[in-house]
Write a protein that binds this ligand. Structure first.
Ligand code: ADP
Ligand code: MG
Length: 594
């Protein structure tokens, strides 16, 4: 076939395929035009899932009669003039191709009356053939009606789903617009039935609460933070997140908006999920609506025809801000609820009274010279010092708690009977402690007089240089000692104190090849951090008291005290609960007292 220049109408139809994939994408473009036109209310009416008829009516600034033909022409826009404008984009539209693309695959009618003007005009286009503008009667604003979408492109029509599925997608589009623009009233009517009717709201949080309703669970947490995210540029992070107890098995209820646009960004979803790590079972998903507002220059929205993906100038900076904002909001809430009174006997002041401490570990001296405040006994629970106290016949709690089966600690708090899983709670405490120390670089390690050796696969040895750095952060010093063996020269004091075998521990970490692979090769900071968190978790698990370890009253008191001062102490690092609460009223009822 000879080379030919494509006719403009064919070019438009091809472009239409990118911009208007289905009725919902047409709805999105029309709604964005209304928002760009400063609309205070937007009414959407659809028939047949939007394919038969899709109408968007606004009360915005309107279109001048002379501009009506231009609105239908390709690459005609009132929103940018120069290429540089793309760097400071404040409007949704800018390509000037949406209406012309829709008009090439549908019968489009635009009626508009400019604000403060007395006359309205309308123009029609039938599958790309534009008629003349004529006077008509219409209120201020613009009404765009799209009928018979894809009637001239049967191939595309085949890709559409049922009317109700297409209508559901349009509902989604309208709700996203409503979330991002709380001050605008939105209505959606499908086949004459009212689907959405939202009056203007004072702010995004209120609108989000109206839209998401019950799905956010009880008392959702408000996010509000502004932080420098690259030099001279601030990002603001707002929105609502659910409490860990309202997490779901599905990820449908997660929205991210950047400067008012709904976007898909897996890395930022990861940042939010990571902040919930350890607060629920790992498969559970948080419900959240995140509004990110940044300088338009920090983000490129022009990477996707439907503008649903963006490219950040500094993706990791954005990830960090989102992660930290959510993490801090969750921590603040967590600490606020756990600030309850301390139960049980007061901790012994010198730690010796709990029995003979066989403290012979290097870490002890150094630790307390720097920071003499905590008693040795108090330090035990954080794993700072010495050995776990020897197991001894435990008193039936002289205080107000009981240890049952050397595994559960039971006491009353705030009208509830609380049963604590001692291992789960201690694991969480150790995890937070170790993480804080790894972060601040003061994880104390102990030189081993006789280095331990550990058999390793040759692949691991080949990566020894990288491994050494990773392990050094964890207080573990490694060297090659043969073709298939490593020697361990230093090991964290608190693990040694818990009689954790250095060789077995290192072998266990090395055996998790997938984890090491991520820790060593992941290019993004977040995967590296999650891999590190997993190793920390293995340490915390080893270092924590086990179910079956008998504890002294002092130790129990310390554990419960640490529970009140440790972030996220409601769940162990794997997300399982550390305690179960039974209202005492329920118990009274079972005894027939109420
Ligand atoms: P873009 O939004 O990228 O500029 P469109 O094809 O979506 O391109 O719209 C073309 C032009 O038509 C817009 O630039 C705007 O001037 C005008 N327009 C479209 N819809 C409306 C509306 N609802 N109210 C006022 N003007 C509109
Ligand atoms: Mg547009």
């Amino acid at each position: 076939m000879a080379i030919r220049v494509l006719s403009q109408s064919l070019v438009n139809q091809i472009a239409a395929g990118e911009v208007v994939e289905r009725p919902a994408s047409a709805a999105k473009e029309l709604i964005e035009n209304s928002l760009d036109a400063d609309a205070g209310r937007i009414d959407v009416r659809i028939e047949g899932g939007g394919r038969e008829r899709l109408q968007v009516v606004d009360d915005g600034v309107g279109i001048a009669p002379a501009d009506l033909p231009l609105a239908l022409a390709p690459h005609a826009t009132s929103k940018i003039e120069r290429f540089e404008d793309l760097n400071q984009l404040a409007s949704f539209g800018f390509r000037g191709e949406a209406i012309s693309a829709i008009a090439s695959v549908a019968h489009v009618t635009i009626a508009s009356r400019q604000r403060a003007s007395s006359e309205a005009w309308r123009i029609e286009s039938r599958f790309g053939e534009v008629g003349e503008a004529r006077p008509t009667g219409a209120p201020e604003g613009t009404a765009v009606e799209v009928c018979g979408l894809f009637n001239n492109v049967p191939a595309r029509r085949k890709f559409l789903r049922s009317d109700s599925a297409e209508a559901a997608r349009i509902t989604e589009v309208v709700l996203n617009a409503a979330l991002a623009h709380p001050r605008v009233a939105f209505r959606l009517e499908s086949a004459g039935r009212k689907v959405i009717d939202l009056a203007p709201s004072p702010g995004r949080a209120q609108r989000a609460a109206e839209v998401f309703g019950e799905s956010l669970g009880e008392r959702p947490i408000l996010l509000e933070r502004s932080a420098e995210f690259e030099e001279g540029h601030h990002a603001s992070v707002g929105g609502l997140i659910c409490r860990p107890s309202s997490m779901r098995a599905v990820s449908r209820l997660q929205r991210i908006f950047v400067n008012g646009r709904p976007i898909v960004d897996r890395s930022l979803i990861h940042a939010v999920r990571e902040a919930y790590r350890g607060l629920a079972e790992p498969s559970m998903q948080p419900v959240f609506i995140l509004f990110l507002d940044v300088d338009p220059g920090c983000v490129d929205v022009n990477v996707h025809p439907q503008k649903s993906e963006v490219r950040w100038r500094q993706p990791s900076a954005m990830h960090r801000i989102v992660h930290r904002t959510v993490l801090e909001a969750l921590r603040a809430e967590d600490l606020a609820v756990s600030g309850v009174s301390l139960l049980g006997a007061p901790p012994a002041s010198d730690g010796q009274s709990g029995g003979a401490w066989r403290g012979n570990i290097v870490a002890r001296g150094t630790e307390f010279q720097r920071d003499p405040a905590p008693s040795a006994a108090h330090a035990w629970v954080h794993g700072l010092v010495g050995e776990a106290p020897p197991l001894m016949p435990t008193p039936s709690a002289g205080g107000r708690f009981l240890q049952i089966d050397d595994t559960w600690i039971i006491f009353s708090e705030g009208g509830d009977l609380v049963i604590v899983d001692q291992h789960a709670l201690h694991e969480r405490i150790m995890f937070e402690e170790i993480r804080a120390r790894v972060t601040s670089g003061d994880l104390l390690s102990q030189q081993l007089l006789v280095p331990a050796t550990c058999e390793v696969p040759p692949e691991a040895l080949a990566r020894l240089d990288d491994l050494r750095v990773l392990f050094a952060r964890l207080g573990i010093e490694l060297a090659a000692s043969g073709p298939r063996s490593l020697s361990i020269h230093a090991f964290p004091g608190f693990l040694a104190a818990r009689r954790v075998d250095p060789a077995a521990f290192v072998a266990k970490v090395l055996a998790s090849d997938e984890l090491l692979q991520t820790a060593l090769t992941a290019s993004d900071a977040e995967s590296k951090e999650s891999a590190l968190a997993e190793v920390l978790d293995m340490m915390a698990c080893k270092a924590a008291v086990k179910g079956g370890d008998r504890l002294s009253p002092e130790e129990i008191a310390q554990l419960l005290e640490a529970r009140n001062s440790t972030a996220r102490s409601t769940n162990c690092p794997h997300g399982r609960p550390t305690s179960v609460r039974i209202p005492i009223a329920d118990i009274e009822r079972r005894f027939g007292r109420r």
